[in-house]
Design a protein around this ligand. Structure first.
Ligand SMILES: [Zn+2]
Ligand SMILES: [Zn+2]
Length: 331
């Protein structure tokens, strides 16, 4: 796929998106078969390691001893920290620039996001901006809605958007999609050390388990629950969004795609399942537009704002929301 071949209108990003099309005439994807293969192998290794971790933990829990409270606590802390690295870091800060933060916080969020094993920040951002540019049209790396009509076609689309895309997508051109990040020296410092952060993401929970639990078994549980299973869980969280949040659920806002809001995924996705809200207002730092829409990541951003650690937090006004709200039969 190449930008010149697609002959798309230059809309790229709507007025709600901070990302201006890069002022370079270059393809949207990189034509490099080896790089493409390497990226696909990376996904298989990272998600496969997480799955093997889950199998191992289940076997240990059945054959050796039940899962300890410490292991579950380490999982929860690790899930929240690395998950926030993805949601408030990779997604809302680096992809959509929905707020501003100082260098130390930016680097911390990027390093936490790297620990998820979903690729370095520049790659993740480029791929996600590509999704927003083409969402649910040809060129979207993970749309569930491009396989045609009929039950089987829709099921195939759902499978593609859930996991199939991870070994099929083209390599997004960071020079086109993430030029702003390539010139961000502190961020690139973190980006270049991606595998170090992935390793630390496994090492830290192992150390925590060993030191707090005081045994090699507790260290192993720390590795499995705080490292590998956490990685497996966060891969699935993202895959729920790429698939379910473009098929099931409600559509409160008019957007150019078929994105949906899903109440039942709000907690495990840390607020990202308000995906129609997000596509309606890609630059919004907080995705909760109703009092009952729980957005844990948005609450963290607002708390950081109160502490003075982040600023220029983008929030659409009620009038802006009303102007874009879909005309629903009940309203
Ligand atoms: Zn989407
Ligand atoms: Zn987004």
């Amino acid at each position: 796929m190449n930008g010149t071949e697609l002959n798309l209108p230059p809309l790229a990003y709507g007025p709600d998106t901070a990302v201006e099309p890069a002022p370079v005439k270059t393809g949207r994807t990189v034509r490099n078969a080896r790089l493409r293969t390497v990226q696909h192998i990376h996904t298989v290794v990272m998600s496969g390691a997480g799955f093997l971790g889950l199998i191992s933990a289940v076997l240990l829990a059945v054959l050796v001893q039940p899962v300890s409270g410490l292991a579950l606590a380490i999982f929860l802390v690790s899930f929240l920290l690395v998950g926030m690295g993805l949601t408030i870091g990779y997604h809302r800060l680096f992809t959509h620039r929905s707020y501003k933060a100082g260098t130390a916080l930016r680097m911390t969020l990027a390093a936490l996001g790297c620990m998820a094993g979903q690729g370095p920040v520049v790659f993740w951002v480029a791929l996600h901006r590509m999704h927003h540019e083409f969402s649910d049209r040809a060129g979207d790396p993970h749309s569930p809605n491009l396989n045609g009509q009929g039950r089987w076609a829709q099921l195939r689309g759902l499978f593609h958007a859930y996991i199939g895309w991870t070994v099929k997508h083209e390599v997004p051109n960071a020079n086109f999609y993430a030029r702003d990040l390539l010139t961000d020296a502190p961020l690139m410092w973190v980006n270049r050390r991606y595998y170090l952060w992935v390793a630390l993401g496994l090492l830290l929970p192992t150390a925590a388990g060993g030191l707090i639990g005081g045994s090699a078994y507790a260290a192993l549980e720390g590795l499995l629950w705080g490292g590998l299973i956490r990685m497996f869980a966060l891969h699935n969280v993202i895959w729920w969004i790429t698939s379910f949040a473009h098929v099931f659920g409600s559509r409160d806002f008019r957007s150019r795609d078929l994105s949906t809001n899903n109440f039942w995924l709000a907690i495990p996705t840390l607020g990202e399942s308000w995906h129609n809200n997000h596509h309606g207002f890609p630059r919004a730092a907080v995705l909760s537009f109703r009092w009952w829409q729980l957005d844990l990541s948005g609450l963290v951003i607002l708390s950081l704002e109160k502490l003075g650690l982040v600023w220029e937090v983008n929030r659409p006004t009620p009038a802006e929301q009303a102007a874009r709200r879909a005309i629903l039969p009940t309203e």
